[in-house]
Design a protein around this ligand. Structure first.
Ligand SMILES: CC(=O)N[C@H]1[C@@H](OP(=O)(O)OP(=O)(O)OC[C@H]2O[C@@H](n3ccc(=O)[nH]c3=O)[C@H](O)[C@@H]2O)O[C@H](CO)[C@@H](O)[C@@H]1O
Ligand SMILES: C=C(OP(=O)(O)O)C(=O)O
Length: 427
């Protein structure tokens, strides 16, 4: 298995291009199932999750062709076509590799009138049930059965009638599934307490470009009037706010200055407010923003929350950065019950962190030291890379496949701003 080797202590300076958002790509890709016409997605990130999702779509009968980039284009351009749905079953073997596979449930049900998807099961950061996905689809008129580890959803008359649902807890994935199911319903639907993440706005904007009728985009109350059919289109995936935030923390933890080229600051207010409160200087540039550390890091109090709150997907990276702040930081993880898997590994690098339930107190230390470390999830792995960038000596981060799920060309991007980082291939 590959690992990432970092020799820490270098101040990072320069520009990092921000890729298309993983979490947006993973909800835009299944939209190909909603139309028999071609859907072209541009600015797709080159990530293992995107590859796995396209394999799943292939299994369901959609073709996925990676095309040559047009002049000035970055990322990947992919044309998807599901003129027929060949199978309505998403098998365990594919779903277990990637939880977001559950996002084929709604669109397949809407297009084919039935959908059978393996239950994803828990994962390293928490239990992650899908009850809200199922309740929302039921409210839209689906019948749901659970058997042998699979969920089977069907529309009794071939198409969902639509309906209203109020989410008891804000869920990104359940909102996405419900929106994708509702756009082809025979009637109208209303979703209350819907998630408002920028990736959901991206999904709604794509669906509208495909001919869907959605009102309230960007708010927690979405009204969706079902249409007879959707058309294809070409659509660019939004920039990854979590990748951008992670590299901003790289500037913070190394005392550096990094321009995040292509980042969209308007999606990142909770992140940039926290960076500014930690003492970093944020400047808007013509195509993104620049983050500069020009004084010692200040401690923070952060509580994760659904958008527009501070994202849980940035908690681990901020924790790594705050290990070197002058004072005590307080972190509270309100979204996932087990999202401190990076703490024991950060401690092995010299961090001083106390965890009590969902809260963590980070006592700033003068420095970190390199070590061999491993993590069990994507953002935890990134927090170890960040710690390694600032640590004295060598850090080896194992289980690179977590990073490959969500960070495109990580070592290339960090080397370009002065990091000493390389991928070591297992022999
Ligand atoms: C591919 C993708 O976009 N992943 C993101 C998505 O995950 P995901 O869509 O899985 O996260 P949710 O927003 O659904 O989860 C939020 C909370 O709701 C709970 N819940 C969720 C669904 C459900 O049916 N029942 C239930 O109880 C979860 O366990 C969690 O405690 O949003 C998370 C929260 O911003 C991010 O960390 C993930 O990066
Ligand atoms: C938790 C994450 O992703 P996923 O929902 O795909 O596991 C993440 O991106 O941090």
């Amino acid at each position: 298995m590959d690992s990432i080797r970092i020799t820490g202590g270098k101040r990072l300076e320069g520009k990092i291009p921000i890729s298309g958002a993983k979490n947006s790509a993973l909800t835009l890709l299944p939209c190909a199932l909603l139309t028999e016409e071609k859907l072209t997605l541009t600015n797709l990130p080159r990530l293992a999750d995107v590859d796995n999702f396209s394999h799943l779509l292939n299994e369901l009968g959609a073709s996925t062709k990676v095309a040559a980039l047009k002049k000035g284009e970055i990322g990947r351009r992919m044309t998807l076509e599901a003129d027929e749905i060949a199978s309505t079953v998403a098998p365990y073997d594919m779903v277990r590799k990637m939880r977001a596979s559950i996002l084929v449930l709604g669109p397949m049900l809407a297009r084919a009138g039935e959908s059978t998807v393996s239950l994803p099961g828990g994962c390293a950061i928490g239990d992650r049930p899908i009850d809200l996905h199922l309740e929302a689809l039921k409210a839209l008129g689906a019948e749901i059965e659970l058997a042998a580890g699979y969920v089977k959803a069907s529309a009794p008359k071939g198409r969902l009638p639509g309906g209203d649902y109020s989410f008891p807890v804000v869920s990104v994935g359940a909102t996405e599934n419900a929106v994708m199911a509702a756009v082809l319903a025979t009637g109208s639907s209303q979703l209350f307490n819907a998630a408002r993440e920028p990736e959901i706005v991206d999904l709604c904007n794509l669906l509208v470009a495909m001919g869907a009728k959605i009102e309230g985009i960007g708010s927690s109350h979405l009204t969706i009037d079902g249409v007879e059919g959707l058309n294809g289109c070409t659509y660019a995936v939004m920039p990854d706010r979590i990748e951008a935030g992670s590299y901003a923390c790289a500037a913070g933890i190394t005392g550096g200055s990094i321009e995040l080229v292509g980042a969209r600051p308007s999606d990142m207010l909770a992140i940039t407010n926290a960076l500014a409160a930690a003492g970093l200087v944020i400047e808007m540039t013509h195509n993104g923003m620049k983050v500069t550390a020009d004084k010692p890091l200040r401690p923070l109090a952060i509580s994760t929350a659904p958008y527009p709150g501070f994202p849980t997907d940035m908690q681990a990276q901020f924790m790594a950065m705050l290990c070197l702040a002058q004072g005590e930081s307080f972190l509270e993880e309100t979204i996932f019950e087990n999202r401190y898997m990076h703490v024991p590994e950060l401690r092995r690098m010299g961090a001083s962190i106390d965890v009590r339930g969902r809260s963590a107190i980070v006592h700033g230390v003068a420095g970190l030291t390199g070590a061999q470390v491993m993590a069990t999830d994507l953002r935890a792995s990134m927090s170890l890379v960040l710690a390694g960038l600032a640590a004295e000596g060598e850090t080896e981060v194992l289980r690179v496949y977590h990073l490959d799920r969500g960070y495109e060309r990580l070592e290339e991007k960090l080397s370009a701003v002065g990091a000493k980082i390389e991928r070591v291939s297992a022999t």
